[in-house]
Design a protein around this ligand. Structure first.
Ligand code: SAH
Length: 348
């Protein structure tokens, strides 16, 4: 059975023609799918016979809200969605002055193995389909009853490790007959899959790219992020330059401050030298506590001192405001509890 949300618009048109239907039906069906209907019966301007015909080989995919948490502090909403195959994924909706932003997952689990991250404990189960990625936006928006205007692909998974489905999702969520979310309102975060960055640059899709850097040199980076054994920092920076040159988009770096690992003033100086070549913004994230990991954050003064040092070195740096801290809004933790994932890295 085919999930019609795995088709791009032109593929949906082609499919309809292949079953003897008129091309213009695609506009109607696409609109309904993206509005979040859960069955063909809700497509009221489609004839009963076409609905029947569609249901022979295709289906309308859905996401069940397994759990929902609303932050009392800032209105952040965290969803634990259940997929039809029983797996769980997490999405978070955050409220900013400019509207709602959703943070979505791209895979079930992750095989990148970053030492501080909850999503990678238990490894990769499977990648999400394009329709499953899109459904997070569709069903969160439907539940919120308010337009979601921005997307960050920063939830569970490594988006560039699920390249084709993520690109398909981006085309669909941007489509004027669907959610029509502008590429400039979409951010993709990667741990640094270098070939994927080059490919993405050539897609002609002006999304914002953010790199999870987390270390100012190869020694530290390799010790916390296995991907660095494959692609060294200088290769990563080269790919970033290419992305900026080709797309004309700015780029930013995520840097989780881990006490005693990457948060010394010397580290700040190294980091400044690295990112200044790109005029990039640095987002500092005091590392979130993950049960199975021993990493901790420094004091407020230490965190501020790190930021101030970057600024003194001419780098645009900010400390990420923590949203939804009362509902453990950072990703990976809920799914882990829901499906009882054990730590395979530390053998606990
Ligand atoms: N795989 C992608 C996107 C998902 S992770 C990537 O690596 O960018 C989203 C961000 O949260 C990444 O920057 C990731 O490194 C960071 N992160 C993961 N665990 C964290 C933790 N315990 N504390 C702070 N940031 C964390």
């Amino acid at each position: 059975m085919i999930d019609l949300k795995d088709f791009e618009y032109s593929e949906l048109e082609a499919y309809l023609i292949s079953i003897g239907e008129k091309k213009f039906r695609a506009a109607q069906i696409y609109k309904w799918l993206h509005m979040g209907v859960t069955s063909y019966d809700e497509m009221t301007d489609i004839s009963k016979s076409l609905r029947l015909k569609l249901s022979e080989n295709t289906y309308v995919s859905t996401l069940e809200i397994e759990q929902k948490f609303v932050s009392q502090l800032d209105g952040t909403v965290k969803y634990l969605f259940r997929l039809p195959d029983g797996n769980c994924i997490e999405s978070v909706v955050m409220r900013y002055h400019h509207g709602l932003t959703i943070c979505i997952s791209s895979q079930i689990g992750c095989r990148m193995g970053c030492r501080f991250c909850a999503s990678t404990i238990g490894g990769l189960y499977r990648s999400l389909t394009a329709g499953e990625i899109l459904n997070q936006v569709i069903f969160a928006e439907k539940d919120m009853g308010e337009r979601i205007s921005n997307i960050v692909i920063m939830g569970i998974g490594e988006p560039l490790d699920n390249y084709d489905n993520v690109i398909k999702f981006l085309h669909n969520v941007n489509h004027e007959k669907g959610k029509n979310i502008g590429y400039r309102h979409i951010t993709l975060s990667t741990c640094g899959v270098v070939p994927g960055i080059y490919k993405l640059a050539d897609e002609g899709m002006p999304i914002t790219l953010t790199i999870s850097l987390h270390a100012p040199n190869d020694e530290i980076r390799s010790s916390v992020m296995p991907i660095n054994h494959k692609y060294r920092i200088n290769e990563l920076i080269k790919a970033c330059k290419y992305y900026v040159d080709v797309t004309g988009r700015r780029l930013s770096f995520e840097y989780s401050l881990i006490h005693g690992v990457n948060d010394s003033i010397k580290n700040a100086d190294e980091l400044a030298a690295l990112v200044k070549q790109l005029h990039a913004h640095v987002n500092l994230i005091p590392v979130n506590k993950v049960e199975e990991r021993s990493f901790v954050k420094g004091t407020k003064d230490e965190i501020n001192a790190f930021r101030d040092r970057l600024i003194a070195r001419g780098v645009n740096a900010t400390i990420r405001r923590e949203l939804g801290s009362d509902i453990s809004a950072s990703c990976g933790q809920l799914r882990k509890k829901a499906v009882g994932i054990k730590d395979t890295v530390n053998g606990e």
